[in-house]
Design a protein around this ligand. Structure first.
Ligand SMILES: C[S@@+](CC[C@H](N)C(=O)[O-])C[C@H]1O[C@@H](n2cnc3c(N)ncnc32)[C@H](O)[C@@H]1O
Length: 302
């Protein structure tokens, strides 16, 4: 029977040859997933024997990883803000960058609920996650608001125009016990019949079409529709901006994830919106532009 160490050494060698920059990590994570333990369990027990069935499943995963398939799809899981999300080819693998959007949304909701005097009987804050994919934003937000005991005061709608993605998002909501606390709806961007929203959240496709072919091969396993943002990467986001005057409440805020090179582009797009709108771009922990915060210019009462 092969040991953990022998399987890992062989796998690392193969994955390096296939071009993976993270061969050791990939091998450890995949073997741990096959064995049903966490990665430290694999690292701590190099001498442990691995049964033939598990070794065969590991071999299958390796072949797929050698072909470039992302580790998250092979494991079937991706962590977002410490929460495990089911992940497969139905939707984009949630990226760490998106955690910033969830944190900003949570802070915005908390501020509104704590600062704005709510005397009871008021309708819940209305939040929409546009292009929810695996449900990462809507579900992580719901879980974090539940921890703060604020979930009852918020109504969360999540939309996507890809029915497969919505199915995965619903599964993730159920997996995190918020299946009855967020609604999932097939729609092109935002359904106008549910407006107005206090918060519009979106991580829509923002990769420039000409850049798609240059991305790592793992990306080619993800739905192209989830990535392709048109000629300047902002085509879908611009369509959402055009809807904001109709779907955002008077004092509402939109938080939109953008690429690190799109700060000037999104701010220019905001100046083209009808009416008076203002945009600022929030940075991520690496100091990169990451989330555009867009709202109406506030009227100063005489
Ligand atoms: C970049 S992925 C983000 C998924 C998820 N929000 C996340 O952060 O991991 C973009 C998502 O937007 C969806 N999408 C693209 N165009 C859309 C449209 N016009 N209306 C609704 N959803 C759209 C895609 O199907 C995909 O799930």
């Amino acid at each position: 029977m092969a040991t953990v160490d022998a399987l890992l050494r062989d796998a690392v060698e193969r994955l390096r040859r296939s071009g993976s920059d993270t061969a050791r990590l990939d091998a450890e994570v995949l073997l741990a997933a096959v064995l049903g333990v966490d990665r430290t369990g694999v690292i701590a027990h190099p001498e442990a024997p691995v049964g033939d069935g598990a070794a065969a499943r590991f071999a299958e995963a390796l072949v797929r990883r050698e072909a470039g398939e992302p580790v998250a799809y092979l494991r079937g899981v991706k962590e977002v803000l410490g929460l495990a999300f089911a992940s497969d080819a139905r939707a984009l693998i949630p990226r760490p960058e998106t955690e910033r959007l969830v944190e900003l949304a949570e802070a915005e909701i908390t501020r509104r609920l704590v600062e704005g005097p709510r005397e009871g009987g008021e309708p819940p804050l209305r939040v929409v996650d546009v292009g929810t994919g695996s449900g990462a934003i809507a579900v992580a937000l719901a879980v974090r608001l539940r921890r703060r005991r604020m979930l009852d005061e918020v109504d969360i709608l999540a939309t996507d125009d890809a029915p497969d993605a919505l199915e995965l998002a619903r599964e993730n909501a159920v997996g995190h016990a918020v299946g009855d606390r967020a609604r999932f709806r097939a729609a092109d961007l935002v359904p106008g019949d549910e407006a107005p929203f206090d918060l519009v959240l979106a991580n829509l496709p923002y990769v420039r079409t000409d850049v798609l072919a240059t991305l790592p091969v793992a990306t080619s396993f993800e739905p192209r529709h989830a990535l392709d943002g048109g000629h300047d990467g902002l085509a879908v986001i611009r369509r959402l901006l055009a809807l904001l005057p109709d779907v955002l409440a008077e004092r509402g805020v939109a938080l939109l994830e953008i690429g690190a090179d799109q700060e000037a582009g999104i701010l220019a797009a905001v100046t083209e919106m009808p009416g008076r709108w203002t945009g600022v771009v929030e940075r991520d922990l690496a100091g990169l532009p990451r989330v555009a915060r867009i709202k109406r210019v506030e009227r100063i009462e005489p």
